[in-house]
Design a protein around this ligand. Structure first.
Ligand code: C2E
Ligand code: CA
Ligand code: CA
Ligand code: CA
Length: 274
């Protein structure tokens, strides 16, 4: 009837209003998280085949929420992107990574490299390269000691400008890793066109090793191709010894996963490496 129709409209309005309110609340909370410095960095080791030497670590963002405790990035990074806040937070991540890396270098771990995730929006920002250059100089870090983890999303709109930026990064000595390799639609065409140094085999392919025939075939083929192309391969999500054994047989270069270590806060990671 006419009446229910009207009620439905009003009910819908209220719901919309409520979800709008929640949106604003979350946006406020995330803005405040920046002001109150509630973000922090965790570090997950990437080890060599012997499993002993920590050469590199991936930097992973966390939010120390005043009420909910440590929040994982899958829950808030999409919202940082949505509100444009990934730009200031991304700058903080780069700056804090360089600052902390210098602390570890000065403490004697002078060979350590950090691998830093960069979102597509961050990479596309016109100041991105300049910001990194200033960061390296300010913290006296060599480009060789930094790797940037990018996903396919970076080049979707403008391949030539992506290549220009990547070339400039490589001039600075910075290595470029293609993250979540194999999960996108055009991973292979990216390899052909972009100056990539490292492949990160996505954990979804590592999971089923060695018994899942598809995972095994995909990983084996990727490893052979990477060796031909002179690319470094990092396997992510290595959780057990049979996965490790399979990857070792394929001569994977670096291993990352719970088998070796969870992502660690700065104190725990310092204890591990120093
Ligand atoms: P990612 O770049 O693929 O990072 C790997 C994720 O796998 C991390 O989740 C890590 O904790 C998790 N992981 C590591 N080893 C294992 C394992 O053995 N088994 C399983 N099941 N998982 C493992 P995390 O830290 O929750 O990060 C999730 C995603 O959030 C990242 O995926 C990345 O896309 C994004 N992210 C994290 N930090 C940053 C950042 O600083 N900037 C940007 N733009 N994105 C970030
Ligand atoms: Ca990553
Ligand atoms: Ca990944
Ligand atoms: Ca992933």
């Amino acid at each position: 009837s006419k009446n229910t129709g009207k009620n439905q409209v009003r009910f819908y309005d209220e719901e919309l209003e409520q979800s709008e309110r929640r949106r604003h609340q979350l946006e406020d909370e995330l803005s405040q998280a920046i002001t109150n410095e509630e973000f922090l960095l965790y570090y997950q080791p990437q080890v060599d085949a012997e499993g002993t030497n920590i050469l590199k670590a991936e930097v992973l963002l966390r939010w120390q929420h005043p009420k909910h405790g440590i929040v994982n990035p899958d829950e808030f990074i999409p919202h940082l992107e949505e509100y444009g806040l990934i730009i200031p937070v991304g700058k903080w991540i780069l700056e804090e990574s360089c600052r902390q890396l210098k602390v570890w270098h000065n403490a004697g771990k002078s060979e350590l490299c950090l691998s830093i995730n960069v979102s597509a929006n961050q990479f596309k920002h016109p100041d991105f390269i300049e910001f990194i250059e200033i960061c390296l100089i300010k913290h006296q870090i060599n480009g060789e000691q930094i790797e940037l983890e990018l996903t396919e999303g970076v080049a979707i709109h403008d391949i030539p400008s992506t290549i220009r930026k990547m070339d400039r990064l490589q001039e600075l000595g910075i290595r470029i890793a293609l993250d979540d390799f194999g999960t996108g639609y055009s991973s292979l065409s990216y390899l052909k066109h972009l100056p990539i140094n490292t492949l990160k085999i996505d954990q979804s392919f590592v999971q089923g090793l060695p018994h899942d025939g598809y995972d095994a075939a995909i990983v084996e083929t990727t490893m052979v191709m990477a060796h031909h192309l002179g690319l470094t391969v990092v396997a992510e999500g290595v959780e057990n010894r049979v996965q490790l054994a399979f990857l070792k047989k394929q001569q994977c270069h670096l291993y990352q996963g719970f088998l070796f270590s969870q992502p660690l806060n700065v104190d725990h990671f310092s204890k591990l490496i120093l």
